[in-house]
Ligand binder design. Structure first.
Ligand code: URA
Length: 195
């Protein structure tokens, strides 16, 4: 990754005023992770704590995510973590399609710079956004979670492994097994790449 381009992109995101979400944010949350991350995780949008700190997945969903990564021996410092929209939607609502589409150029540019091997959209919204970004037909998260798919980005096939969103178990504890299973399968995908 070109460090200068990365710094510039980060600056653009933190100063962005392209949609109304900038009016209520404390900090935009560009994402964090190494510039050469092989695994790229995508959430929905920063929550309240992320908005306060300017960092992704540092609140309740973040604790769940940390546990899931630990369960597959994946160090959080090795993966890049971001979200579809970079600013907190007030009241923790889902981003609108318009907000997602407006913010999407940043996700596309991050992917182009980092060039990861495995893309992990977490939850319905990130999966929808990624499929639309790369012109792939939308499929419901209930159908694709935990599965390994391929999408073509700039003529190259990439692995996409959608999972449920870590926050799902804060609303519905019965989803824990499915969520854990999605990450166990992700662990397998990564181990296969390393073989
Ligand atoms: N949920 C997300 O999708 N992203 C965050 O950064 C935090 C919670």
């Amino acid at each position: 990754m070109d460090r200068e381009q990365e710094r510039h992109l980060r600056w653009e995101i933190t100063h962005c005023t392209k949609c109304d979400l900038h009016r209520s944010r404390t900090h935009a949350v560009p994402g964090e992770g190494p510039p050469d991350a092989r695994v790229f995780l995508i959430g929905e949008g920063p929550g309240r704590e992320e908005d306060q700190k300017g960092l992704p997945f540092v609140g309740r969903a973040g604790s769940v995510l940390d546990g899931l990564l630990e369960s597959i021996c994946l160090d959080r410092k090795q993966v890049f973590i971001t979200s579809v929209v970079k600013c907190h939607p007030p009241g923790n609502r889902a981003p609108t399609r318009e907000e997602s589409r407006t913010c999407r150029q940043y996700l596309g540019r991050q992917l182009a710079l980092i060039d990861p091997e495995v893309l992990v959209p977490m939850g319905h919204w990130a999966t929808w956004d990624l499929f639309e970004l790369f012109g792939t037909a939308d499929r419901p998260i209930g159908e694709v979670h935990g599965k390994t798919l391929a999408i073509t980005i700039d003529g190259e096939e990439r692995i996409v492994h959608p999972t449920y969103h870590p926050a799902v178990i804060t609303h519905n504890p019965n989803m824990r097994r499915s969520l854990e299973q999605d990450f166990l399968m992700l662990g397998e995908v990564i181990r296969d790449l390393e073989r």
